[in-house]
Design a protein around this ligand. Structure first.
Ligand SMILES: [Fe+2]
Length: 228
């Protein structure tokens, strides 16, 4: 499946906007998170696909740097299905519905398309869910900020799919001490992680340290990858 990074902290392709936030397009019509700046997010999205063709999207958690593009996207793609976790704000849900979205609230493993799953929402500073794409050989785990812990998402994913795991997204380790980053890397490795694409709030040190445990690749707005 082709994965396009729509919005990331790191600059990627020339002409694409970047800033503190995160958004990824899976294939041509499934979106995960919507960045931190509505205009910049929509501008980037248009470079990849017509916004009206995005029919479904998953919101990892309710923070501004993952939800800022939701309203303009819903305006461009009325009837879009927006998958949120049980802990998602009811006020935000009502607002999305008023603007024309179909909001689908749930928890636990949910297969939303063949081989595409939403993982259980875990508690944390803010409840958060994640996305898994099951490939033949490996599975791809896409996280938002991973506030509950990327290692917890990876353990659940490794247990469920029993395949090597590639992780991508914000790992929220930008201010973590080195020992913590190493502990997380060890747990990830034990959970079956074979490759990482740290993005957004992961932090530069995370790329360096994770690289001692498994192959690591940086991301950036506009980056296109074939995964899992
Ligand atoms: Fe974030």
């Amino acid at each position: 499946m082709e994965i396009t990074v729509i919005y990331d902290n790191s600059p990627g392709e020339m002409g694409w906007k970047s800033g503190w936030g995160w958004s990824v397009l899976l294939g041509r019509d499934l979106l995960f998170d919507t960045g931190s700046d509505p205009e910049e997010f929509m501008e980037n999205l248009r470079k990849a696909v017509a916004p009206s063709s995005v029919k479904e999207m998953v919101v990892s958690h309710g923070h501004w740097d993952h939800t800022a593009g939701l309203f303009p996207l819903v305006r461009q793609s009325p009837g879009i299905k927006v998958y949120v976790g049980e802990g998602f704000s009811h006020k935000f849900e009502e607002e999305l519905k008023r603007k024309g979205a179909e909001v689908i609230r749930g928890n636990g493993w949910r297969e939303i398309r063949p081989g595409i799953w939403i993982g259980p929402e875990l508690p944390g500073p803010v409840p958060e869910q994640f996305l898994v794409v099951e490939g033949r050989e490996r599975v791809l785990l896409v996280g938002g900020c991973s506030h509950p812990g990327i290692e917890k998402f990876a353990e659940l994913t490794g247990e469920k799919f029993q395949k090597p795991v590639v992780i991508m997204g914000g790992f929220h380790l930008f201010s973590a001490p080195e020992e913590k980053i190493r502990r997380v890397a060890e747990t990830l490795k034990a959970a079956g992680v074979v490759m990482a694409l740290p993005a957004h709030c992961s932090g530069e040190r995370t790329l360096e340290i994770f690289g001692e445990y498994f192959p690591v690749k940086g991301t950036g707005s506009g980056l296109r990858l074939e995964l899992p």
